[in-house]
Write a new protein. Structure first.
Lengths: 223, 223
DNA sequence: CCTATAATTTAGGCATGCCTAAATTAGTTT
DNA sequence: AAACTAATTTAGGCATGCCTAAATTATAGG
């Protein structure tokens, strides 16, 4: 069995690898909030366990085994988030933190029971896909909200889950996965987005919009 | 915040103190499946934190603070056991093991939600009392099954929770807390108990009976 | 090409929590 | 009271996982 720390490293390498191939020691350390020297140490340990590929100064990537373990942990995390949200009513800005601790200790048996209770779901409360038992993840083709233009309509697919203040903010606009909205105006010079959610006009700053991903984009009718 | 290990020590000291006052290093070490030398080390650490009273070669006891923490962990453990049992259908011989891992990471918020879901229960699936939020435990006056005589009727109050094979065995007889039975015969020379559960005759060995505690003992009608 | 800067790695240290082996203390027995 | 036994404590070691500080390597600019 792996230590909690090792599991966290694998999970983080997986996530960073998603957007950028090889993962540098520095990026990984920053993501995990440890010093680069500590990351080097753990990477070496993971290499002896054949969970990562690594050459010094060259970055790190997961092996097939390492990836499988990372996806297992991510599955635990996202199922737990959804379970806490649906079964216990934990607010969506709190589930990440809770799941972060529980993901390392939950058994396969309990996980399977939660999965059944939830009806074998495919996305967590933030819209992130839940890998299945075999580690298969359905990639979504969502685009960042910052790519939207005036007049376009869409549906929220996913939002970043790691900043609970941001989530509370989005929640105050009802900007959950599944919520539809239309862009009324994109202010020039990297300005904010004015959008229409169910008849309500809302202004969303650029920094916030970076963390919102959307699907089903439709151009305005009057083109 | 305390380490998981420290929490386990406090919980164990509490349980051992219940039946026997001061707790010796050896007993504690045996209970925690650790060497006596390791227990001495942790006891010293707990003493500097003022969670235990301790003088070398004299045994250890909890301070008020230490006791409060122990009861908090025990509350986590027992609420989790009941939640896993009732909400997720985990079999009663599996909940102890699961709760043992979860008790150290569950938040007060999630615990409060489980408590509410369960309707503020007072006993776990093995009949052990659940301390309330303020650390108040209702002591039960149960007696060991081994004290029963021919003909007496009673109700199961509590069973030991730490041996899952034993629990499966008891489960196969429907010997759960709340189950009523009548003693048909106590075989002489430390022999087994023959009992009547809902019309079924069952033979219970002495070693098993030691782990079953009963309430509401009534003498036979024909006295 | 060679040097400056930034990233990374190595070296050495610290806390936790376990271990074994040796020394000490308590308590009982003669 | 001395000696023996059993329990306990001390001493020293090991793995994990973090840290800081110093050395090394990569890479880009002149």
């Amino acid at each position: 069995m792996l230590t909690h720390a090792a599991e966290d490293y694998l999970k983080s390498i997986y996530k960073l690898q998603e957007k950028g191939g090889k993962v540098s020691t520095g990026i990984l350390a920053e993501y995990l909030e440890v010093k680069p020297a500590s990351a080097t140490g753990m990477i070496k340990k993971l290499k002896t366990m054949k969970l990562v590929r690594y050459e010094r100064y060259r970055g790190v990537t997961l092996t097939a085994t390492g990836r499988a373990i990372a996806l297992e942990i991510i599955r635990h995390h996202r199922l737990l988030e959804l379970y806490l949200f649906k079964a216990l009513g934990v607010p969506w800005d709190g589930v990440h933190e809770e799941a972060e601790k529980l993901e390392h200790v939950i058994s396969e048996d309990v996980e399977a029971r939660m999965d059944e209770f939830l009806g074998y779901p495919t996305a967590d409360p933030h819209g992130a896909p839940i890998p299945d038992k075999n580690g298969v993840v359905v990639k979504t083709a969502s685009i960042p909200m910052t790519d939207l233009q005036d007049g376009q309509s869409c549906v929220v697919a996913e939002v970043s889950d790691n900043d609970s203040a941001l989530l509370r903010h989005l929640g105050s606009f009802n900007l959950y996965p599944g919520t539809a909205f239309r862009v009324i105006e994109v202010a020039p010079f990297e300005g904010p987005f004015t959008i229409d959610i169910a008849g309500q006009q809302v202004v969303i700053g650029r920094e916030v919009a970076k963390h919102v991903f959307v699907d089903q984009v439709q151009d305005p009718d009057n083109v």
